[in-house]
Design a protein around this ligand. Sequence first.
Ligand SMILES: C[S@@+](CC[C@H](N)C(=O)[O-])C[C@H]1O[C@@H](n2cnc3c(N)ncnc32)[C@H](O)[C@@H]1O
Length: 189
Amino acid sequence: MPALGLAPGARIFLPLCGKTGDIPWLLSQGHAVAGAELSEIAVKALFDDLGITPIVQKTGDLNRYSADGIDIFAGDMFAMTPAMLGSVGAVYDRASLVALPADVRARYAPFLVRLTGGAPHLLIAFDYDASTVSGPPFPVPEAEIRGIYPPGTGITQLADTPATGGIKGVQPAREQVWLLAPQANGSAG
Ligand SMILES: C[S@@+](CC[C@H](N)C(=O)[O-])C[C@H]1O[C@@H](n2cnc3c(N)ncnc32)[C@H](O)[C@@H]1O
């Protein structure tokens, strides 16, 4: 993720991570990773896929599954605190913001900025006409992105390409990659 200008080995947070294959890939690139996922089944499957036996510790209302270079918080991400998460160099948001309905997206964006201390985000979103097909993934156009992240967030589009297969195989869509640079302390919003 060169657009983020990360230091080698930087710790990357994946909100609503599921058991994404992005985590083994980031680990293979030498990054440390942290994630949050509601489904404990998915978290266990992720570690099974990695062939790693984690240490599991209760932290607040969540369970933290940890091993060398990886911490996954099983539970509601909205119950996490910056102290619980620790420092991260970047947020990688794929299939996460777009998985949420509009009212939750409006809460998620400023929460995520505060949780990660204003770390830069690489966000992958979709834009499409939702009149014929309903999400998730939901369309999150530029105007909404500009509206839900805290004032002062730098918002740069890095790519805008046709989404392979469209939405649910029927609705053409644009896949858009955004670099979000919140203000340093992440306190806005
Ligand atoms: C579409 S999946 C995306 C998974 C992953 N980002 C990927 O690229 O495959 C959305 C995930 O968000 C999780 N989720 C939804 N609400 C959540 C919450 N409040 N806290 C943590 N995880 C949540 C769901 O359990 C689901 O696994």
